[in-house]
Design a protein around this ligand. Structure first.
Ligand code: NDP
Length: 276
């Protein structure tokens, strides 16, 4: 049954078989957007940076050392996009502010920030030392907040999108991952509160929660076959994630396709959270 008001003002919803595909492409396109991805030297951050470039964005990419960003930069250039490597240690707020400013000046503005830089080290909670707590929480939570703040100070003039890389530990308690889980639960809390606070500025803030992906961060777990078997048993889609599995969801959350979505956390986990 036709609903007379549905799709009013949204050309995309009107039937026009000949040109509906270009309109859909436009909805997911990042052409003309300027994005910064932290922790882009390897793993998930590299995949997301290259994925956003493939969708049309010019990119600033950040890690602690500029030389670690060369491979990511090369992959972005191969998509014909501009790339600006910047040095940033997210535990040092001054370097966050300097890198965000350099990115914005070099790209002519900033529309998208992906807060991906993160660290993890499991430990029985009875043995957690203050230094371990500080390293994990300062990197994953404090760093992400101040990067978001630096970006939002620029985006408040034009609007923008912030995507925080959360985790299954944002939603569930995982033994021996308490500093990490606390940082990622905090990051989800910040995502929701900033989404509410910055919506009037035209800034959307969302999170993406990867399930199990093999990277430097998680390699030690994958060395253990019993762990692999146990984890696979918890993933309804019956395989570990591949980095490219994260690209479509991140393009969705960074593009106009999600223009009415803010304050959510999208799990990309093969169904793990749904079944836990
Ligand atoms: P990697 O260890 O492969 O990459 C981590 C990235 O973070 C690197 O680029 C590293 O850059 C950067 N980084 C670490 N510390 C700092 C710092 N102090 N300042 C700036 N950059 C820093 O990890 P993943 O790709 O696996 O993880 C990326 C994100 O995804 C993290 O937030 C992680 O918590 C999250 N995640 C990962 C999952 C997985 O299964 N792999 C699951 C759920 C969430 P460099 O060392 O070169 O400076």
């Amino acid at each position: 049954m036709d609903c007379p008001n549905f799709g009013q003002g949204l050309a995309i919803t009107r039937r026009n078989p000949e040109n509906s595909l270009p309109m859909i492409d436009k909805l997911f396109s990042l052409e003309g957007k300027r994005a910064l991805v932290t922790g882009a030297s390897r793993g998930i951050g590299r995949a997301l940076a290259v994925g956003l470039a493939a969708a049309g964005a010019d990119m600033a990419i950040a890690a602690r050392r500029l030389d670690s960003l060369e491979e990511t930069a090369e992959a972005i250039r191969a998509h014909g996009r501009k790339v600006v490597p910047v040095a940033m240690d997210v535990t040092q707020i001054a370097t966050i502010r300097a890198a965000v400013a350099t990115a914005a000046v070099s790209l002519g503005g900033l529309d998208i920030l992906v807060n991906n830089a993160g660290v993890e080290q499991v430990s029985p909670s009875l043995d957690v030392e203050e230094a371990l707590w500080d390293r994990i929480v300062d990197t994953n939570l404090k760093g992400a907040f101040f990067a978001a703040q630096s970006a939002a100070r620029l985006m408040k003039r034009t609007g923008g999108v912030i995507l925080n890389i959360a985790s299954l530990t944002s939603e569930r308690g995982i033994p021996t991952a308490v500093p990490y889980g606390s940082s990622k639960t905090g990051l989800l809390g910040a995502t929701r509160a900033l989404a509410a606070e910055w919506a009037p500025l035209g800034i959307r803030v969302n999170a993406l929660a990867p399930g199990y992906f093999r990277t430097d961060l998680t390699e030690a777990f994958y060395q253990n076959e019993d762990w692999q078997k146990a984890m696979l048993g918890k993933i309804p889609l019956q395989r570990f994630g591949e980095l490219d599995d994260l690209v479509g969801a991140s393009i969705f959350l960074c593009s106009d396709a999600s223009r009415y979505v803010t304050g959510v956390c999208l799990p990309v986990d093969g169904g793990t959270l749904a079944a836990l």
